[in-house]
Design a binder for this molecule. Structure first.
Ligand code: 13P
Ligand code: SF4
Length: 344
């Protein structure tokens, strides 16, 4: 089937559904999907939209599993969230399971008692969000991690952060916490982890995003040589040395703002997912926008226009497919952690 026919199908289905459907699309989605966004955003923006869109019966989420799960927990239970990709698991979200988190929690609580707050990156399972909610903790995204760290440290003396070592470390460093007060928790080596962690203020889980740990300081060096005067901005899931070598860092929405606000004629290298960087280059032809290196998120790439069409058509037929569900108990606790984030 040619792409134009597919686009026409999508428009037809969406027109039939009218205000019954809203399409949410993350910035990392391919252009063929982005074009159908009612709302395009970063993880935090899309969570807020999902929580506010009470009129739509169907929320079609073009993103990865944890994003659709979060939307399903924040929206009204009568609404249905569809993930057109069917299954789009973020590898990092699977790097921290609740049993391992419990072990870390118990060990650290034996050292610090109740003087400990858990925070999880939104890029985690619903079960881990519930784990944090139940223990007085919160969720954060890449655009408010530092704020949530501040919130946590104003309440208690210690923070454990799941599952991204780099977002956790970058956020703690940005708040002035010295490197020797930040310990890494390796779930495969809890004994060594505990010995180090008990002396720390912030404990970060040993998880990572392969899309962002792909970027290296050499990439920054090379791009600066190739384009003298170029500015470099990266996502905070990048390793600490890459963030330090860059001129700026921020969530996907912050990166977009940075490019938008740069004066015409400027050159900017962007260290994040390639679909978004390529789009920025197209949308700002008066600026030179180049990828720091080509790095693609396979989980995000699973959403196709065909998948979107089928999801919309299933709603038209009154038999929605790929509906994301979270059990009531998990939802209740996870929502506590999400609400703590959204109220910050
Ligand atoms: P944002 O929080 O910037 O939307 O990023 C989400 C993500 O998955 C980055 O890898
Ligand atoms: Fe997960 Fe990384 Fe893809 Fe984001 S870019 S969804 S963290 S794998």
């Amino acid at each position: 089937m040619n792409l134009d026919d597919l686009y026409a199908d999508i428009e037809r289905a969406r027109a039939e559904l009218g205000s019954d459907v809203v399409i949410l699309v993350h910035h990392y989605q391919r252009d063929e999907v982005i074009r159908f966004a009612d709302f395009r955003g970063d993880s935090l923006q899309l969570s807020r939209v999902a929580a506010e869109q009470r009129q739509a019966r169907y929320i079609v989420f073009c993103g990865v599993n944890f994003m659709a799960e979060t939307a399903a927990m924040l929206c009204d239970p009568a609404q249905q969230v569809l993930l057109p990709a069917g299954d789009a698991p973020c590898p990092m979200a699977r790097m921290a399971d609740v049993e391992q988190a419990e072990e870390a929690w118990e060990r650290l609580s034996s050292a610090w008692g109740e003087d400990l707050v858990p925070i999880t990156y939104q890029n985690s399972t619903a079960a881990l969000k519930a784990f944090c909610g139940q223990r007085g903790g919160a969720v954060c995204t890449s655009s408010n991690a530092e704020r949530l760290f501040k919130w946590a440290l104003a309440r208690k003396g210690h923070v454990i952060f799941f599952p991204d070592e780099w977002l956790g470390t970058n956020s703690a460093l940005a708040l002035g916490i010295p490197r020797d007060q930040i310990a890494v928790w390796d779930p495969d080596d809890p004994d060594t982890s505990y010995a180090r962690a008990r002396e720390a203020t912030v404990v970060v889980w040993k998880g990572y995003c392969h899309v962002h740990t792909f970027f290296r300081v050499e990439h920054v060096r090379e791009v600066r040589e190739r384009y003298p005067g170029i500015k470099v901005i990266v996502h905070p899931e990048c390793p600490v040395d890459v963030v330090a070598a860059a001129d700026a860092y921020g969530s996907t929405a912050a990166i977009i703002r940075y490019v938008e606000q740069a004066p015409p004629g400027s050159a900017i290298a962007v260290g994040t997912e390639i679909n978004m960087v390529a789009r920025l280059a197209q949308e700002y032809p008066d600026k030179t926008v180049v990828p720091l290196a080509r790095s693609l998120c396979g989980a995000m790439y699973r959403t196709t226009p065909l998948g979107l069409r089928d999801a919309l058509r299933s709603c038209v037929a009154g038999a929605p497919i790929h509906v994301v569900r979270v059990d009531e108990e998990t939802r209740r606790w996870a929502n506590l952690a999400l609400e703590r984030m959204l109220s910050q």
